[in-house]
Design a protein around this ligand. Structure first.
Ligand SMILES: [Zn+2]
Ligand SMILES: [Zn+2]
Length: 254
């Protein structure tokens, strides 16, 4: 695969305690307040791991933001697609930390079920070393990955709750912080778009119901931090997202 360019990476601060690291077309989030105020090491969580070639950048940004000795309390996954778990190998070699995902996503993360082959832009090489396998075979994190608590609690993120928002994949989840008004949306809802549902395990109607029943009720001011592309808000998507408008129109006719 081509060598990554510097422009493949960018960090921006969404809030004092939320940084977005863009790895090519994928967003990962580092959630927790940076070190400071006499603390050399901070408490934080990594949400998703992005494309394989971003692994070193994740470690670099984490050290810079939280301290060289720091490691996250946990790594949490919005879902198990290659473009969101591809860089897990290096961080997991350095950090002895648990990985959490929705229980319905675990088969794809423990080698028991396969997502389709990653496309050409996604580096399967590093993953192949985590889980020697045919291209396209699910990643096998073994006992490094476990189900999120059924209570909705997110380990390491006390102000956040996870919400099951299936449709893009069976165990797709979003992370919601009511007080700050943020939802980390993975591949469920994007700026002007929604997650694709043509992959195995995808279900368009289920995805739309997740968006209508679980995300839109979070309120128009809620900021959406997606797994790809730019940030948006629930209000903006409710008003302008063509998939949401079409679904609303279709269902009001029924
Ligand atoms: Zn995905
Ligand atoms: Zn994705």
């Amino acid at each position: 695969m081509p060598q990554p360019h510097d422009s493949d990476f960018a960090v921006d601060e969404v809030a004092e305690d939320i940084a977005r690291l863009r790895i090519a077309v994928v967003n990962v989030y580092l959630i927790g307040s940076p070190a400071g105020g006499g603390r050399a090491v901070a408490d934080w969580v990594l949400v998703d791991a992005g494309l394989a070639h971003g692994a070193a950048e994740i470690l670099r940004v984490a050290a810079e933001r939280f301290g060289v000795e720091s490691r996250p309390a946990a790594i949490v996954l919005t879902h198990g697609h290659f473009d969101h778990v591809g860089a897990l190998e290096s961080p997991l070699a350095v950090w002895d930390v648990p990985v959490y995902a929705h229980v319905a996503e675990l088969p794809f993360l423990t080698g028991r079920a396969n997502f389709p082959p990653p496309d050409a832009t996604v580096g399967a090489g590093v993953l192949a070393r985590v889980a020697p396998a045919e291209p396209g075979q699910g990643i096998d994190l073994g006992d490094r990955v476990q189900a999120l608590p059924a209570t909705g609690r997110v380990p390491g993120m006390p102000s956040w709750r996870w919400i099951h928002t299936p449709g893009h994949s069976p165990g797709s989840i979003t992370f919601y912080n009511k007080k700050q008004g943020f939802v980390v949306a993975g591949d469920v809802l994007f700026y002007g778009s929604i997650g694709r549902t043509d992959l195995p395990g995808g279900d368009h109607d289920l995805l739309m119901r997740s968006i209508f029943d679980k995300l839109l009720p979070l309120g128009d001011d809620t900021k959406v931090l997606p797994g790809h592309m730019d940030l948006t808000t629930i209000g903006k998507e409710r008003a302008t997202n063509p998939f949401i408008l079409e679904y609303a129109e279709t269902n009001s006719r029924n």
